[in-house]
Write a protein that binds this ligand. Structure first.
Ligand code: NDP
Length: 322
């Protein structure tokens, strides 16, 4: 089968297509014939060494497809079932193994491409809005990079929870997308001081929560946007890693809460995974959650997709098709 691997840490040229044997499912695993692969920021972190990878390493963790074979002890899945997961062991391939515990069925009303396009980012938006800081009517949330993949879904979910959403984006075109997703106010943080603008929009009070996936360039400002005892949910580092800082700042800036969450810790039980996956997939199937599929590439063009997602030019989701 064809797969996309990295054999070294480095620039985009380390991303290469290879020929591998189709893997055999072990106990508790399911072999999936891949239909669509979600491209995520994290793949570039493995490529550039920010996250450790055992080389050679098949990229990708998000995909949908049909069950080809099940390993020993697997119940609840059978060949032909339509499935999706955000814990695929090497999704950039024609076939991949998935732990059965991390696999869910795709509702009939939903296409496999849609399922792959929403799964990882949708689960992320769900845990951020419903659990990390459980939004209620009356809350005010600041969502950075609101026209991005997670950003558009998070803006919709936050708005559906009844929160007032202040969004930041880099361009007018992205501002339109954020507004269409439900943002009440949009700040062009490349032109306007987003701290001053947020303070003004909240009558000086500050917001209850900042969802920050941008990291290096926004982190300090995000703390300055919060009300006393507000929460900074730092869930990404699209502009680079946040440098070390003194925790006393959390005290002086208002007894703030800082968390650095990741999806794996919010789908630890089967019950939690099924709750989040069910709500996300049914919302897309029922047109309650709008999906923006920006572009799909043949699997062989994975390198280009990884360059594009890092370029800041994309909005919504990128897919690879084997
Ligand atoms: P996006 O589509 O949102 O792309 C990133 C966005 O970040 C860009 O569109 C851009 O929006 C903004 N950005 C700001 N500064 C930069 C910069 N210097 N270079 C590139 N982009 C920049 O990607 P995703 O939705 O896939 O992921 C968003 C972030 O969330 C990533 O950092 C990812 O790692 C993280 N993530 C974390 C998860 C978790 O559980 N913790 C799970 C999934 C994703 P603009 O032009 O408007 O500034």
């Amino acid at each position: 089968m064809k797969a996309i691997q990295i054999h070294a840490i480095g620039d985009f040229d380390v991303v290469q297509e290879v020929e591998l044997p189709v893997p055999v499912p072990q106990a508790g695993q399911v072999l999936v014939k891949i239909a669509a692969i979600g491209v995520n920021y994290i793949e570039n972190y493995y490529r550039d060494g920010r996250y450790p990878a055992k080389l050679p390493f098949t990229l990708g963790m998000e995909a949908s497809g049909t069950v080809a074979e099940v390993g020993k002890g697997v119940t609840g899945f059978a060949p032909g079932d339509r499935v999706v997961s955000a814990a695929v062991m090497g999704a950039y391939a024609e076939y991949a193994l998935v732990p059965a515990a991390q696999l869910v069925h795709v509702p009939q009303a939903l296409g496999l491409q849609q399922a792959a396009a929403v799964f990882l980012q949708g689960l992320t938006a769900h845990y951020l809005a419903r659990s990390t800081f459980a939004l209620q009517p009356g809350h005010v949330a600041l969502v950075h990079a609101a026209a991005g993949g997670v950003g558009l879904l998070l803006t919709q979910m936050a708005s559906q929870c009844g929160a007032r959403v202040i969004a930041t984006v880099s361009t007018q075109a992205k501002a339109e997308l954020a507004r269409a997703a439900g943002a009440d106010e949009v700040i062009l943080y490349t032109e306007t001081d987003f701290v001053a603008a947020t303070r003004e929009l909240t009558g000086g009070r500050g917001v209850d929560v900042v969802y920050d996936s941008v990291g290096k360039t926004t982190f300090a400002g995000s703390m300055d946007c919060l009300r006393p005892r507000g929460m900074l949910a730092l869930y990404g580092a699209s502009s680079g890693a946040v440098p070390p800082f003194d925790p006393i700042l959390l005290n002086t800036k208002g007894s703030l809460f800082l968390t650095r969450p990741t999806l794996a810790h919010y789908v630890q039980t089967r019950e939690e995974l099924e709750w989040r996956a069910g709500e996300v997939l049914q919302s897309v199937a029922g047109n309650k959650l709008a999906l923006r599929m920006e572009h799909s590439y043949p699997l062989a063009d994975a390198r280009q997709a990884l360059m594009d997602i890092a370029s800041r030019r994309t909005t919504g989701k990128l897919l690879l098709l084997p």
